[in-house]
Design a binder for this molecule. Structure first.
Ligand code: FES
Ligand code: FES
Length: 207
């Protein structure tokens, strides 16, 4: 991954999903544009209400310091360490969680913007002993080595399948391109998303 600058944001050269299985590289612009898209998650907190965070179906009171990142609160205050801290700069996707069903980078999401929303982390996907179809597909496809990127990959895949239950490969590559796997397991990850798609038309639904 190489890095440079432009007026519209940081330009990062990724040899990820866009080039897996071929010689192409891919340019992704992150920074201002990514932050702008995240700001569309507006807070619905009522004035005067005590802030709490609804995570995996449970409400958790949080402090009034609303400038902390959602990732920090999930990991350090709620102990939900399945969501990973990778780059901390919105570039790797390791920290993705679902906010109202949409995968967002929690390292760049102020916790105040998540108040009043439904948050799902990797810990909230399984139903008791039964894995979510996307989790099962990642196991069946052997789509991980060290596993560090896997929670963010799975959340991105769940988000994709919730809006597009049978995505073609190009759509999978495009949707997952913001997620980096340092072990280079892109082809197996694509296979896992395809397996999840065929396991269940409703694979993308949050429990
Ligand atoms: Fe959030 Fe890398 S840790 S994008
Ligand atoms: Fe190691 Fe993706 S499996 S970073």
């Amino acid at each position: 991954m190489a890095k440079g600058s432009s007026q519209s944001g940081t330009v990062i050269t990724l040899t990820g999903f866009a080039s897996a299985g071929g010689p192409r590289s891919h340019l992704a612009v992150v920074g201002p544009r990514s932050l702008a898209s995240m700001s569309s998650i507006a807070s619905t907190e009522r004035p005067g209400a005590k802030p709490s965070l609804r995570v995996n179906g449970t409400d958790h009171p949080i402090s009034l310091d609303r400038d902390r990142s959602l990732l920090y609160v999930l990991r350090e205050e709620l102990g939900l360490t399945g969501t990973k801290y990778g780059c901390g700069e919105g570039e790797c996707g390791a920290c993705k969680v679902l906010v109202d069903g949409v995968a967002v980078r929690s390292c760049k999401t102020p916790v105040g913007e998540a108040v009043g929303r439904s948050i799902v982390t990797i810990e909230g996907l399984a139903q008791g002993d039964r894995l979510h179809p996307v989790q099962q597909a990642f196991i069946d496809a052997g789509a991980f080595q060290c596993g560090f990127c896997t929670p963010g990959m799975i959340m991105a895949a769940v988000s994709l399948l919730s809006r597009s239950p049978r995505p073609p490969e190009d759509e999978i590559r495009a949707a997952m391109d913001g997620n980096v796997c340092r072990c280079g397991g892109y082809l197996r990850i694509i296979d896992a998303v395809q397996k999840a798609s065929s396991l269940s038309h409703g694979a993308g639904g949050t429990p």
